[in-house]
Design a protein around this ligand. Structure first.
Ligand code: ADP
Ligand code: ASP
Ligand code: MG
Length: 408
């Protein structure tokens, strides 16, 4: 008997009718003789609604209480899906994150899973129940409810698949797999039937929200293949994407896809002394405030002075700018400024390791469209650029075409 972990995202469970459809699909898998564990998200829009409620009540309130509120969306869906399964004679039992004993650290709103006590659920699995587990939530050592960050149900699913040694981890969403870029932005993006976990990790970390980055990290670490499929397909044999170990992928492509991210903001401090300790002063103050920095660029020094530019998450922009301007003052900086209307576009592909010229082709394609590049960063398998946000769609389409991704 195989054990399948399935995850259904917000749009897949967005209404009672959609939940009934999911129930029918789950029952089909169960009736084929599989043990099935289902992870669900909150109904679409629900987590945003809860965030609005929090912001309308006390936006600067305690993170612990916010997670108590945020975790309720998933609790509704596990109950509804269990009832829907029951109504079609498929025995099911719901589990909240804490009932499933999904243990996390205590970093509220972005907690990391530290372990799962799989035996909590073993009895019910052996009795043949379908287990319906709330995604996006866990419990810390002191019994506090925690949440795993936006998109976190993907991570719950992969972590459960690893803990239960599942045969397959299926992520059902509103697209039938991973595409060469977001099909909402480029309508002729190509479907990718099979791709490497490392490439997916890079795509996710550069902004492709089809899978949460931590889910891919987990899958990569524990070598758990993920299959991405659509819950809107009629049958069970539609298109999908298998994200698996690179060794299992025969061909290596130069550029696999284009990812983008409009969640960042850029900060610059101008005219600081070009001497040891300055970078650590500037970034130390930012990291002391628990703000993560992504790209960093330091200009060539001019008459002993230099400029320092970096990016942070847009949510941290105001706080980071305040800290930077204060640190800048103590360092005698000429100015400090920022811009939160930027976008980061990245091309990702395992083949870049062994091929030169990809970055220059990228820069030429953008220049031909008159798109100015503000920052650049590279890794073994990606090149990222920061541009004005207004160029985001044009830049994504341009790069998709330049690397002929519509014809793969
Ligand atoms: P769910 O609610 O099921 O978790 P998400 O909205 O989190 O769904 O993720 C699915 C969405 O990811 C798609 O609707 C699509 O717009 C977006 N997306 C971004 N990049 C890609 C990509 N490369 N391939 C497929 N979908 C992508
Ligand atoms: N409901 C959460 C969110 O909207 C978690 C998830 O959907 O994965 O981010
Ligand atoms: Mg998601």
């Amino acid at each position: 008997m195989s054990l399948i972990v399935q995850k259904y995202g917000g749009t897949s469970v967005g209404s009672p009718e959609r939940i009934q459809e999911v129930a029918k699909r789950v029952k089909r898998w169960r009736d084929k003789g599989n043990n099935v564990v289902v992870v669900v998200s909150a109904m679409s829009g629900e987590t945003n609604r809860l965030i609005e409620l929090i912001n309308a009540t006390n936006p600067t309130g305690t993170a612990r209480e916010k997670d108590v509120i945020l975790s309720t969306g998933e609790q509704v869906t596990i109950g509804l899906l269990s009832l829907a399964l029951e109504s079609i004679d498929c025995s099911a039992r719901s589990y909240t994150g804490s009932q499933a004993n999904i243990r996390t650290d205590n970093a509220f709103s972005k907690a990391r899973i530290s372990g799962i006590d799989e035996c909590k659920m073993c009895d019910d699995l052996e009795k043949g129940y379908v287990l319906v587990v709330a995604g996006f939530q866990g419990v810390d050592n002191e019994g506090n409810i925690t949440t795993l960050g936006r998109g976190g149900s993907d991570t719950t699913a992969v972590a459960l698949a690893v803990a239960l040694k599942a045969d397959e981890c299926q992520i059902y969403t509103d697209v039938d797999g991973v595409y060469t870029t977001d099909p909402r932005v480029v309508s002729n993006a190509s479907h990718i039937p099979k791709m490497g976990l490392e490439e997916m990790l890079e795509m996710a970390s550069q902004g492709s929200k089809v899978l949460q980055i931590r889910a891919v990290e987990f899958a990569y670490k524990y070598n758990m293949p993920i299959r991405v499929l659509s819950s809107f397909d009629e049958g069970d044999d539609g298109k999908s994407t298998l994200v698996t170990r690179e060794e299992d992928i025969m061909e290596e492509v130069l550029v696999r896809g284009v990812a983008f991210n409009r969640d960042e903001a850029q900060l610059t401090v101008e005219g600081v002394p070009d001497q040891p300790g300055v970078a650590s002063n500037i970034l130390g103050a930012i990291s002391d405030a628990n703000i993560e920095v992504d790209m960093i660029v330091q200009n060539v020094s001019n008459e002993g002075l230099t400029d320092f530019t970096f990016t942070v998450h847009r949510n941290d922009y105001d706080q980071a700018k305040k800290i930077l301007c204060e640190t800048g003052k103590t360092l005698g900086a000429k100015a400090c400024r920022g811009d939160d209307k930027i976008a980061k576009i990245s091309i990702v592909g395992g083949g870049m390791r062994s091929h030169a010229g990809v970055a220059s082709k990228m820069f030429t394609a953008l220049a031909d469209e008159g798109i100015n590049i503000r920052m650049i960063s590279t890794s073994e398998i990606k090149v990222s650029v920061v541009v004005d946000e207004k160029y985001l769609e044009l830049a994504v389409r341009t790069l998709h075409e330049a690397f002929e991704l519509d014809t793969v």
